[in-house]
Design a protein. Structure first.
Length: 109
């Protein structure tokens, strides 16, 4: 059963995931609000990332998974992405920093 991450590890993982940029929107997955939860699975000794995508039919899951693997290299040995579709992602999940980034890219948000 997954448990909460220690605060220090949580911060390292979250900072690493900020290097993962959504290929379509050009903003990182943390500030887009795509990461719903970070937990540790004691049984498999792995990080569990519960996250979603901006749309369920997004064809870029492989690209994002590879980017996550690169971003977490040296932070955790193993991880698994738990793709979540409920609740669906919406622009209200974007952080203030994410909104600033999107405006800088020309989005009116």
């Amino acid at each position: 059963m997954p448990t909460a991450l220690e605060p220090q590890l949580f911060d390292k993982v979250e900072e690493g995931l900020k290097d993962v940029v959504d290929p379509e929107l050009g903003v990182n997955i943390v500030d887009l609000g795509l990461v719903y939860d970070l937990a540790w699975d004691e049984e498999s000794d792995a990080l569990i990332i519960s996250m979603t995508l901006t749309s369920a039919g997004c064809p870029l899951t492989d690209v994002i998974e590879e980017s996550v693997a690169n971003a977490l290299d040296g932070i955790v040995e193993q991880f698994r992405i738990n793709w979540v579709w409920m609740p669906p992602w919406g622009p209200e999940r974007i952080t203030d920093d994410g909104r600033d980034m999107m405006r800088a890219l020309g989005f009116s948000i």
